[in-house]
Design a protein around this ligand. Structure first.
Ligand SMILES: O=P(O)(O)OC[C@H]1O[C@H](OP(=O)(O)OP(=O)(O)O)[C@H](O)[C@@H]1O
Ligand SMILES: Nc1nc2[nH]cnc2c(=O)[nH]1
Length: 184
């Protein structure tokens, strides 16, 4: 899917496919350097992180392992509540392992705050966070995010894994939707 396929539904592109590629390469280099000679388990948070995980993992030179979690936050519509439920847990035991959580977006930060606490209670050697997008609300929670693709304004974004009603995850860029899409 591309901008052409969106017709009038696309409002604007915020981050292009090329910008995502370049930034991922830079982030992968930082991660390679930080974990050189160390064990590394990438933990993707379904479903949004599928694209970041696939592209980041292939940019890494590190022979990192991958695992997945699916969580659901009880919230109405597009808001997060901070009450999180595990829908799919990790296959791996993370005791004494270096865990890097891979996310598509940190918005309120509530999902990640909960997830970091949950994973730390399992006795890992370390837990760090990598996200493609951070939004400004996340500054109000105490989250140390080591690797950030882009800081974007407080708008609802779609593409590159991010959905609206499960659609638009397969766009190669990050953008916003025209208001009529929400009203239809
Ligand atoms: O910082 P927060 O406000 O808590 O929001 C961030 C969460 O929202 C998105 O997931 P979503 O619940 O939309 O699920 P999905 O990845 O399956 O689309 C995203 O992948 C994060 O997990
Ligand atoms: N698609 C999408 N999901 C989100 N979850 C939290 N913030 C967002 C956002 O801006 N877009």
């Amino acid at each position: 899917m591309d901008a052409k396929d969106m017709g009038e539904d696309l409002e604007k592109v915020l981050v292009t496919e090329e910008e995502i590629k370049t930034r991922l390469r830079e982030m992968a280099a930082e991660i390679d350097a930080a974990y050189a000679g160390k064990d590394l388990l990438l933990v993707g948070v379904l479903k949004g992180a599928v694209m970041v995980m696939a592209d980041l993992a292939r940019e890494l030179h590190h022979p990192a392992e991958t695992d997945w979690m699916a969580v659901s936050s009880y919230g109405a519509g597009t808001t997060s509540s901070g009450v999180v439920r595990i829908l799919k847990d990790l296959d791996a035991d993370i005791k004494d392992r270096n865990v890097l959580i891979v996310e598509d977006v940190i918005d309120s930060g509530l999902t990640l705050s909960w997830l970091v606490g949950n994973l730390k209670s399992r006795g890992p050697a370390s837990v760090e966070i990598c996200t493609m997008v951070r939004k400004p609300l996340a500054f109000s929670v105490d989250l140390d995010v080591k690797y950030i693709g882009f800081d974007l304004p407080n708008e609802f974004i779609i593409g590159y894994g991010l959905d609206y009603a499960e659609k638009y995850r397969n766009l190669p860029f990050i953008g916003t939707l025209a208001p009529h899409v929400y009203q239809d």
